[in-house]
Design a protein around this ligand. Structure first.
Ligand SMILES: Nc1ncnc2c1ncn2[C@@H]1O[C@H](COP(=O)(O)OP(=O)(O)OP(=O)(O)O)[C@@H](O)[C@H]1O
Ligand SMILES: [Mg+2]
Length: 302
């Protein structure tokens, strides 16, 4: 087992600036620096690394108390690509997304079985620090949730606490690069020291994405990132997702078939806690194999 030594302080109850400890903050904090998930997740026997798939889920079941929310979900998520999760409300999209960075650990009634590997490494292994995992697997939520801090500090927070920058100039460079990657720099470069919460909803969502990017994650999970945004802000986020897929493995949950078709290369359709089918997005939308998929994408239910 190899753990990123820089990650150890994170498991010792690191003080957080807001009480919203368990969502994007956890997702965007911690570091990894030059490390990769391979250095924070132990490699199990026979876990050959696949160059094509970043995430491999096998027979994942999730229970909330006695109620089963996911049934034997097995799915491969390609690297450097966008995968969309679609399906009617309550079918388990968010539940499955939360398995990938162990956010379900934060729900006391939740129990997860089955395996999820990232680069061949089991995310549920006892030795994996979920906080470190969440820095490697960032998360963006439906409602943008910047910290009550300046724009600069929102982005600088993760890199600073984990020593990703050795000087003020280096930290500034990371903030600038992250804001540029998130397509926000031009709009905020002259007001970096104003509150992040003062931005528009679409800008806040890009700020949260910049914050996630600043710690160089490998995977970015997005749970309906555009559902609170107007069409113009949505288009900007979609363009951004398209740009980011060259560098990251992205998973997006969406209720918009059009959005799934526009931004993703692979689509997975969930229904009543089961993964009904998955495949190349174009095929899923033009030639679904299962009638439930067909009915959903043509608007017959959901
Ligand atoms: N914290 C929780 N405690 C108990 N049950 C939960 C919890 N979160 C989700 N569930 C249940 O698990 C099932 C799947 O929920 P989930 O939120 O994953 O669905 P979803 O596909 O993301 O839905 P939506 O499109 O409405 O966001 C639902 O029956 C839901 O009620
Ligand atoms: Mg959901």
């Amino acid at each position: 087992m190899t753990l990123n030594p820089l990650a150890f302080p994170l498991s010792k109850g690191h003080a957080m600036p807001t009480e919203n400890r368990d969502d994007t903050l956890a997702a965007s904090q911690a570091q990894g620096g030059a490390s990769s998930l391979a250095s924070v997740i132990p490699t199990g026997p026979g876990n050959a690394m696949s160059s094509d798939f970043k995430i491999r889920a096998r027979d994942v079941n999730v229970f909330y108390g006695d109620k089963q929310a996911l049934f034997d979900v097995s799915l491969d998520v390609p690297a450097k690509s966008v995968t969309a999760f679609i399906g009617p409300s309550g079918c388990g999209k968010s539940t499955f997304l939360r398995c990938i960075n162990r956010m379900n650990d934060t729900i006391p009634s939740a129990r997860v079985t089955g395996s999820i590997e990232i680069d061949g490494n089991d995310v549920n292994a006892k030795s994996v620090d979920p906080v470190v995992l969440r820095s490697r697997v960032g998360m963006v939520f439906q409602k943008p949730n910047p910290f009550p801090k300046t724009i600069f500090e929102n982005v600088a927070y993760g890199p600073r606490i984990h020593g990703l920058a050795t000087s003020k100039a280096e930290l500034e460079a990371i903030v600038e690069a992250s804001l540029k990657k998130a397509g926000l720099w031009a709009e905020v470069s002259d007001r970096l020291h104003q509150a992040g919460t003062g931005l528009s909803g679409g800008q806040q969502q890009r700020l949260v994405i910049a914050r996630a990017i600043a710690v160089s994650p490998e995977v970015i999970l997005m749970d309906e990132p555009c559902s609170a945004l107007d069409p113009i802000a949505t288009a900007r986020i979609e363009e951004l997702i398209d740009d980011l897929r060259n560098q990251f493995c992205i998973v997006i949950v969406t209720h918009s078939m059009a959005q799934a078709a526009r931004v993703s290369q692979k689509t997975a359709f969930f229904h009543l806690g089961k993964l009904v089918e998955s495949g190349p997005t174009e095929e899923m939308f033009t030639n679904p194999r299962d009638t439930r998929t067909q009915d959903y994408i043509t608007g017959r239910f959901g």
